[in-house]
Write a protein that binds this ligand. Structure first.
Ligand SMILES: Nc1ncnc2c1ncn2[C@@H]1O[C@H](COP(=O)(O)OP(=O)(O)O)[C@@H](O)[C@H]1O
Ligand SMILES: C[C@@](O)(CCOP(=O)(O)O)CC(=O)O
Ligand SMILES: [Mg+2]
Length: 396
């Protein structure tokens, strides 16, 4: 059998949209998210130079960089004694040491996961590409962390299930043509927990919803207390248009701002968070109702109202709106559609609820109005699978 250490490993994980509950989910409330068909792909190719070569074309100004593995191993706080089956946070002192090597949070995240999971015992060229816009609310950071963790655990044959048939052998083939495989649930849980440690370096206080949806895929509800729950019957056939404001923002700063506001003004912010929680739970109820009565009009009416309410609470009460988002809300409203931000807000992407019977002409008129205002939009495909893996033998 060819060892994984002598193979090319390719892993992909999806981005996501949050339908309801972003930010409130950090404050312990319920949120609902669905995986997107847009994915981040990581390719691990062994090298014989004792180096780590990173090729990150989507990270502005990064390009390709290479370090000797010894450069990391010699650091005083190198995570030597980590148990791979028990994910832990990055030691602050190690992060400070990484910061002296390179001052980019996303790269600290990568380097922490790489050092903790491989102990720098294997040299790799690693390429990461994404279909997702980076830093725009569609969960690129989580799909980045999930793909890295899944690939590195596989590279070292680290399985919390002990190496079940699904994880070690042929697995469940999701896509015959691409021969992509899925891990077992136990291994997915391990990947999810390691990815959360990565997200913590990027964001400080991630709720965990983004890495859960990038790991498990489909559509799920999430609370920090109870974790994720896959919506067994899926999401009703909603049509969603994603529009990118192209305004860049920092998830970390926005999340910190909302936490700060809720600490300073608990009597004002708690009821807002509770109302968002009610919107999320009402959404689940409406989905269940739809699965019974298939009443599209009723679902559309409720969802339209909840899109408006959630948007205004995020913008007016949590303070994570942006004038570009307001512009899209008003353009879409003038054409009869309801829009909310998705992810951290402050710019990034927004989602508009189309109707089941929105015609191609109506859609293209909506898209061209948005485009003439400088915004790019596309209809989303949601409910996609979570993290998937391919192994290729190296061609000699
Ligand atoms: N394909 C990628 N290549 C390199 N870094 C990435 C990639 N995707 C995500 N990242 C990291 O994630 C960060 C963006 O995460 P974040 O601000 O949470 O936005 P979002 O998750 O909404 O896209 C980037 O600044 C970068 O550090
Ligand atoms: C704002 C938040 O709810 C989602 C952030 O998503 P994104 O990184 O902006 O894609 C934060 C979180 O849940 O960790
Ligand atoms: Mg993110």
């Amino acid at each position: 059998m060819i060892s994984n250490q002598d193979s090319i490993i390719q892993v992909s994980a999806p981005g996501k949209i949050i339908l309801f509950g972003e930010h409130a989910v950090v404050l312990e409330k319920t949120a609902i998210a669905s995986a997107l068909s847009l994915r981040t792909t990581v390719t691990f190719t062994p090298n014989t130079n004792n180096t780590l070569l990173l090729d990150f074309p989507d990270l502005p100004g990064f390009g390709i960089r290479e370090w000797s593995l010894d450069e990391f191993k010699k650091l005083d706080h190198f995570p030597n004694d980590v148990d791979l089956l028990k994910p832990i946070e990055c030691n602050e002192l190690f992060q400070k040491e990484l910061n002296k090597i390179i001052d980019i949070k996303g790269i600290h995240t990568f380097l922490f996961l790489f050092c903790a999971l491989t102990k720098c015992n294997k040299a790799y060229n690693i390429k990461i590409t994404s279909d997702l816009p980076i830093g725009a609310g569609l969960g690129s950071s989580a799909s980045f962390c999930v793909s890295i963790c899944a690939g590195l655990l596989k590279a070292f044959d680290t399985y919390i299930c002990g190496g079940c048939k699904q994880c070690v052998d042929n697995g469940i083939v999701i896509d015959q043509q691409k021969q992509q495989q899925q891990f077992c649930d136990e291994q997915l849980n391990l990947i999810n927990l390691w990815s959360l440690q990565g997200e913590k370096i990027m964001h400080g206080t991630p709720s965990g919803i983004d890495n859960a949806v990038a790991t498990f895929g489909k559509a799920l509800t999430f609370t920090r207390k109870n974790g994720y729950k896959i919506l067994d019957k899926g999401i009703p056939p909603l049509r969603i248009l994603i529009t990118n404001t192209k305004v860049s923002r920092s998830t970390k700063t926005l999340v910190e701002g909302v936490i700060q506001r809720s600490k300073l003004f608990p009597t004002l912010i708690d009821p807002v968070s509770n109302l968002i929680d009610t919107i999320s739970t009402q959404c689940i109820e409406s989905f269940n109702q739809y699965h019974t009565d298939k009443d599209n009009d009723k679902l559309q009416q409720t969802m339209d109202l909840m899109f408006d309410m959630n948007q205004h609470l995020l913008s007016g009460c949590y303070g994570v709106g942006h004038s570009s988002i307001d512009t899209i809300v008003s353009i879409t409203k003038s054409l009869g559609f309801h829009t909310k931000l998705t992810g951290a807000g402050g710019g990034g992407c927004v989602i508009t609820l189309l109707k089941q019977d929105t015609t191609l002409d109506q859609l293209s008129s909506l898209k061209s109005t948005l485009s003439s205002n400088g915004f790019e939009s596309w209809e989303a495909t949601i409910g996609d699978p979570g993290v998937l893996i391919n192994i290729f033998p190296i061609q000699k």
